[in-house]
Design a protein around this ligand. Structure first.
Ligand SMILES: *Cc1c(COP(=O)(O)O)cnc(C)c1O
Length: 823
């Protein structure tokens, strides 16, 4: 390692430009940015931006340094550029070097499920004995692992890191970085995994994490893991200790048995019996892994183990966005209270909020492993770098270090004190991050700040949206652009929040139906180019003011826009991007092929209009029945665009496919595709229907339950006559919320605590009755109208419509709540 590289070890590592706030701070001078090229982005594009924000050290890839880029870099005279072949490999190598400086026990965790929970629980359970460094959330990737391990410092006495891989040959790099002394293999799923040839190969690859470990802990009931361990590890590492456990009587170091919430563990030092805080099978497995690991590290008696188990809290994987009082948005993150977690949560500000006021409410940071003054100085500079307007610190330690924070910051010794002394109603129009260690009970603060919603809400899973976006991106590859349709309130999912996520993930274009939808996006800080599909002449001035780009579909509209633009003052040099729609068979909007010469003629007289894109729409992209018609539309489209191009003398971006088309017609992808319903979780071609994840879950609650005798009727017009005595529950949702009236009288079902329950009688405007005789149900219980268990496609089929109608039918009076799973 060169001296230059060694020096990088002492700096703060940045790999995502979005982590860096607008203002330059002491921290920016002590940071190095690794420009990494991924499938969808290139870190080298952000060097200028980061330089302006005060970053001075950059690791760049030689092959990315074209002569243009080298010229660009000359504009940053104070920067130091460290050239390398591969920036990711450099991060990994530096992290591996960093790891080698520590001679402490390090636990490495891999497996299909439970990695994050076992890690979080172990950190909680071992906090009395160790200063723990751990991966934030599920930072377990090729990049996440080095960033996690780089946090190790001299005060730590234990490291706990997780490693996740998605294809073969990835574990080797992670092994060198984590170098676990103790390994935990949680379990192995049976799911088919594209990145691996076989199931056994997947196990073998994961086992590579442990080749240098002294101890390996796993459950011998996974016979395939047991076999591969015996074959691969026992052979290469004669000194390794294998600490196995079994619940089925297999040969193992610990025999475990569970009766209700009582666990008995029989091991080398006799038997102990403990009461478990969680009893579902996955939690039991995770808990046994934790207990066996604790007994491996320490001699602990049953009382002490029980004490610690009693303090254990469930691990919430979510970072939730909630609607707050006075038009505030709350980011509720009580999951991680370490500095790395704070950094992640702050980067969520940049992702979600375009509001001005950023407020952070933070408790003492427990177990940071750093001297207090370093810690709070670091926290303060993170806040400053992320434009936090108001900081509220709660707890004796953060209060004692108030000198590091901005002058307007407020400090309270306890949560109670904050709740009594601080006027929460003084917070308005802000995004508020609430983050506290568990003993501070910050849920009470959330409770006070949260706006109460009526029982019906549509939950939008932002991670599922991202997953779906990535699925389509991978399908079309990097050369083809993506326009995302966010018309109709983003198919009912909430336009501003969805668009903010899409902007964060840097899609190429957005499209809306009407000008006012575009204006609303601009007002929420969306800067992506936006196409408006129905640009009425009355809205031209608005389009122009908000830089919205019209779709032009007729000679009339083309001329009107042309003369409008020509009459704008000071437009001599700028051009106006427009989008031309060709009608190739839908016969809705669009120029017919024979009109192309007139379009060209007009555009040559009006060079200010520049055709950014030209497109058409397939009438039956999702059905094989229409394949030959689709082909005919494609051919017509190609002829029309070729004629247009030769007339114009330049080549606009061409696009034809919607979501189903992306899956079914790889050959027609042209320069761009238009993603719609697939993003929102419905794969309408039904060919790869499990590749996308449902995004929305519509919830409601039970307002009342009563027992109604057989022969009585339920609801309007006595339609729901009961043939049995039934428990009838009334739900707080009706057709005015978007629960279609055709789903009444037993056609539709809802999900109540694990049971499908039919509707009874007609659906009313604000209420629906269901039969919960077969379910365990109580007043106030949550009910799912659609989501994972009841799919939108199923509802659509039952009432003879399409998923689009169900999605966009959820009325705007239903609150949208957004959340991230956190991994
Ligand atoms: C809505 C729309 C789409 C998206 O269609 P999906 O089937 O939802 O993918 C694509 N193109 C145009 C012109 C649209 O209006």
């Amino acid at each position: 390692m060169t001296t230059q590289e060694l020096q990088l070890d002492t700096l703060q590592w940045i790999t995502d430009s979005r982590q860096v706030g607008e203002h330059r701070t002491a921290l920016s001078g002590q940071s190095v940015f690794f420009a990494i090229r991924g499938e969808h982005h290139d870190g080298h594009e952000f060097i200028g931006e980061l330089y302006r924000k005060g970053i001075r050290y950059f690791v760049v890839e030689r092959s990315a340094l074209t002569s243009d880029r080298r010229t660009e870099l000359l504009n940053y005279p104070e920067a130091q550029f460290i050239e390398t072949d591969n920036s990711l490999h450099m991060v990994q190598a530096l992290a591996a070097e960093h790891r080698r400086q520590f001679r402490i026990p390090v636990i490495g965790i891999t497996g299909s499920n439970g990695k994050t929970i076992v890690k979080e629980w172990l950190a909680q359970l071992l906090s009395d004995d160790f200063e723990v460094a751990k991966s934030p959330k599920s930072y377990n990737s090729q990049l996440g692992v080095p960033l996690s391990v780089h946090q190790l410092n001299d005060s730590h006495t234990l490291g706990i890191f997780e490693a996740g891989i998605s294809r073969s040959h990835e574990m080797q790099a992670l092994e060198a970085i984590i170098r676990p002394t103790i390994g935990i293999f949680t379990n192995i799923g049976t799911a088919h995994d594209e990145g691996f040839r076989t199931y056994k190969q997947k196990i073998a690859e994961k086992l590579r994490l442990f080749i240098h470990a002294g101890t390996l802990i796993y459950c011998a009931d996974y016979v395939d893991i047991d076999e591969e361990v015996n074959m691969l590890l026992r052979a290469v590492n004669a000194h390794m200790r294998f600490i196995t456990w079994s619940m089925t009587g297999k040969e193992a170091v610990y025999q475990a048995s569970v009766q209700q919430d009582r666990l008995t563990l029989i091991g080398p030092n006799g038997a102990i019996t403990l009461t478990l805080p969680f009893t579902d099978p996955a939690s039991v497995e995770n808990l046994i892994h934790c207990l066996v690991t604790m007994l491996t590290l320490r001699t602990l008696d049953a009382d002490s183990l029980q004490n610690r188990l009693n303090r254990l809290r469930p691990v919430s994987m979510r970072l939730e966005l909630k609607e707050g009082i006075n038009n505030c948005v709350l980011i509720d993150d009580s999951y991680n209270n370490d500095v790395a977690g704070l950094q992640l949560a702050l980067s969520f500000f940049n992702q979600q909020s375009t509001r001005d006021g950023r407020v952070v409410i933070l408790s003492d940071v427990l177990q940071s492993g750093q001297p207090e003054s370093n810690l709070y100085e670091h926290v303060a500079s993170l806040l400053q770098a992320n434009n936090v307007r108001l900081f509220i610190g709660i707890g004796p330690k953060v209060s004692a270090n108030r000198r590091f924070f901005a002058d307007n910051s407020l400090f309270f010794e306890t949560t109670d004190q904050f709740l009594t002394l601080f006027q929460v109603s003084s917070l308005r129009d802000s995004t508020i991050l609430v983050k506290g260690a568990r003993p501070f009970s910050f849920e009470r603060i959330i409770n006070r700040l949260q706006r109460k919603v009526h029982g019906t809400l549509l939950e939008i899973n932002l991670d599922a949206l991202t997953h779906n976006l990535n699925y389509y991106r991978e399908k079309v590859g990097t050369e083809i652009k993506i326009m995302v349709m966010v018309k109709a309130f983003a198919y009912g999912s909430g336009s501003a929040e969805v668009a903010q996520l899409l902007q964060f993930h840097r899609v190429d274009y957005l499209a809306v139906a009407y000008a006012d939808e575009g204006v609303s996006l601009r007002q929420h800080g969306i800067e992506l180019p936006i196409m408006v599909m129905n640009p009425a002449p009355e809205t031209f001035a608005t389009l122009f003011e908000y830089k919205l780009e019209p779709e032009l579909y007729s000679m009339r509209l083309l001329r009107e826009w042309g003369s409008f633009m020509t009459s704008q003052p000071a437009q001599t040099e700028a051009t106006s991007p427009v989008h031309l729609k060709i009608d190739t068979g839908m016969h809705r909007l669009g120029f017919l092929e024979h009109e192309v010469p007139s379009v060209v003629d007009y555009l040559t007289t009006c060079p200010m209009l520049r055709v950014a894109t030209v497109f058409s729409h397939l009438v039956g992209a999702d059905e094989a029945l229409f394949n030959s018609f689709s082909q005919q539309q494609y051919d017509t489209f190609l002829r029309a665009t070729t004629e247009l191009e030769s007339g114009l003398g330049y080549r606009p971006t061409r696009h034809l496919l919607n979501s189903a088309g992306i899956v079914r017609f790889p050959d027609y992808r042209l320069d761009m595709v238009r993603l719609g319903i697939g993003l929102y979780g419905v794969e309408s071609s039904q060919i790869e229907k499990d590749a996308v994840r449902p995004v929305g879950t519509l919830h409601t609650v039970i307002s009342q339950i009563k027992t109604v005798p057989a022969g009585e009727s339920v609801g309007y017009s006595r339609r729901g006559v009961l043939d049995h005595e039934a428990r009838i529950a009334t739900l707080a949702i009706g057709y005015a919320d978007g629960y279609d009236r055709r789903l009444g009288n037993g056609v539709g079902h809802v999900w109540v605590n694990g049971t499908r329950c039919p509707t009874v009688g007609s659906i009313c405007m604000d209420m629906t009755m269901i039969d919960v005789t077969q379910a365990s149900a109580a007043e106030g219980d949550d009910v799912i109208i659609f989501g994972d268990e009841i799919r939108i496609t199923e509802l659509a089929q039952q009432i003879g419509t399409i998923p689009y109608e169900i999605l966009t039918g959820v009325s705007e009076r239903v609150k949208r709540v957004f959340f991230k799973e956190g991994n």
